[in-house]
Design a protein around this ligand. Structure first.
Ligand code: GLU
Length: 486
């Protein structure tokens, strides 16, 4: 490896579901690595054993794979596990102590608070010159330079100078000798020859401290880049309690991974023209970390949904069918598995494909084709089945008994029958649609009827007429049946 090669890293802590924010960081790192024939290191920061679990690590690797960050790609290196490097972290701590760049400290939190009179003023340097040796309950602190400035160069935010006097003597290791985040994170970055640290802006306060550590360990600091915070529609930072965060939850709701990738790439960056929907490969080529906007990025679920619709429409017929597959079986599909007919689905799929915003919507778009009787949406029923609906449905039923079973014929018959009832086609369709599909909105009606077939359509019109006439019985049909069987 040449020193000039770009090496980025993604360093998640496996303490929960993989979030969209993490996905964006990973994607930006991936783009930087791939466009420069560099390396993307996956480092799992798993030293917080109380909060980690191998399950979360597996989830991260799986999620990365879903968004195209594949361990089999030559740009990918790792995963490395921070917990494997603890001996190195301790060694670095010792090295810093020997060089007088760190000192031991036995102050308790309460003592510091008493002396400084505040919880938040940071460490007061009490042990700086006490020359304590290592020992039980002695934590190790970094000795921040007394004078001068630390100049942090951030590719997105420009250069910021921090007076060293304002940076506290921060902790490197606990009283039991176990390394802390700032130390472990930097030692690993140094050892892994990381050249660019691209991460969320919540780490900004750590950066001057970490840069001092890089220098103290004898290495030139990396290029920093802190990505903008992601906010919801109320301009609040996305949070587990308020917002849906897990990438997997979005996928389970019927978002396509490709649409997620496209949308996440645009959370703080754009290709520089007015295009928004563009293939990942092109975004990867155009992406420049310097072009990322430091302003908070609004995670607009409506826009993401619109992207998803575009991506769904762009799928080939086969890819669409494949993408829908999980929603055509249990637990999503309300029909019995044997009722599913792949040929009927293939015929209806193109009609549905242009109308879905989420893949999960496919189930209710097509359920009327595979169920014995439609699932009635009561609000739709109430809206469509006004007083004259029965007369209209009765006439449609008679006319449909003999009409050639083709969508154009079905349409002209309904136009004519509707006309006799003083209804335009749009109005006349509503009760028929609800009778047959259970809902007021759905796929184009006449194509749907053609697919459903004459026999089933007539049966549903009869059942709807029965339901209008005897709402109580019809509404409780299944229950009555069960009672009769008992
Ligand atoms: N493990 C840290 C986190 O999950 C990442 C630190 C970093 O990227 O430097 O936030």
């Amino acid at each position: 490896m040449t020193r000039s090669a770009i090496r980025v890293r993604f360093a998640p802590s496996p303490t929960g579901m993989f979030h969209v924010g993490g996905a964006r960081s990973a994607l930006y790192n991936w783009a930087v690595a791939r466009q420069s024939a560099g390396t993307f290191v996956l480092r799992v920061e798993d030293t917080d054993t109380a909060r980690n679990s191998p399950e979360w690590t597996a989830g991260i690797i799986r999620a990365l794979e879903t968004i195209g960050i594949s361990a089999s790609d030559p740009a990918f290196e790792g995963p490395y596990f921070q917990s494997d490097n603890v001996a190195r972290h301790r060694e670095a701590a010792l090295q810093l102590h020997v060089a007088a760049l760190a000192y031991y400290c036995d102050c308790t939190r309460d003592q510091v608070r008493e002396r400084t009179g505040s919880e938040h003023s940071g460490y007061d340097g009490f042990c700086r010159e006490r020359g304590l040796e290592s020992g039980e309950n002695r934590a190790l602190r970094f000795r921040t330079p007394d004078h001068g400035h630390t100049l942090v160069a951030d590719a997105i935010r420009g250069r910021t100078s921090f007076p060293n006097s304002a940076i506290e003597d921060f902790l490197l290791a606990r009283g039991d000798g176990s390394p802390l985040f700032l130390l472990a994170n930097v030692v690993d970055d140094v050892d892994e020859d990381v050249t660019h640290v691209i991460r969320g802006e919540e780490h900004l306060p750590n950066t001057p401290k970490q840069q001092l550590l890089w220098e103290a360990l004898g290495s030139a600091p990396p290029q920093w880049a802190h990505l903008p915070v992601i906010v919801n529609e109320k301009r609040q930072k996305l949070s587990k309690r308020r917002d849906k965060l897990a990438l997997e939850d979005y996928l389970a709701d019927g978002f396509l991974a490709e649409a997620m990738v496209n949308y996440l790439m645009l959370l703080g960056w754009g290709p520089g023209d007015d295009r928004e929907i563009l293939p990942y490969a092109e975004m990867e080529r155009l992406f420049r970390i310097e072009d990322v906007n430091p302003a908070p990025a609004f995670f607009d679920v409506r826009k993401l949904t619109a992207f998803n619709g575009e991506y769904i429409r762009a799928l080939s017929a086969e890819a669409f069918a494949e993408a829908c597959a999980p929603w055509l079986v249990e637990p999503y599909a309300p029909w019995p598995p044997e009722a599913f007919d792949a040929k009927v689905f293939a015929a209806v799929a193109p009609l549905a494909q242009t109308r879905l915003a989420l893949l999960s919507q496919i189930t209710e778009q097509v359920d009327f084709l595979f169920l014995d009787r439609p699932v009635f949406d009561e609000a739709s029923w109430a809206k469509a089945m006004k007083q004259d609906a029965a007369a209209l449905l009765g006439d449609v039923r008679s006319a449909y008994t003999s009409v050639p079973w083709r969508e154009d014929e079905l349409k002209s018959v309904l136009t004519a029958v509707g006309g006799r009832h003083g209804l335009r086609l749009g109005k006349a369709q509503a009760p028929v649609r609800v009778a047959v599909t259970g809902r007021t909105v759905g796929l184009p009606l006449f194509e749907s009827l053609e697919l459903l077939g004459r026999e089933r359509t007539l049966k549903r019109l009869d059942e709807a007429l029965e339901r209008i006439r005897r709402p109580h019985r019809a509404f409780h049909h299944d229950q009555d049946l069960e009672e009769e069987q008992m």
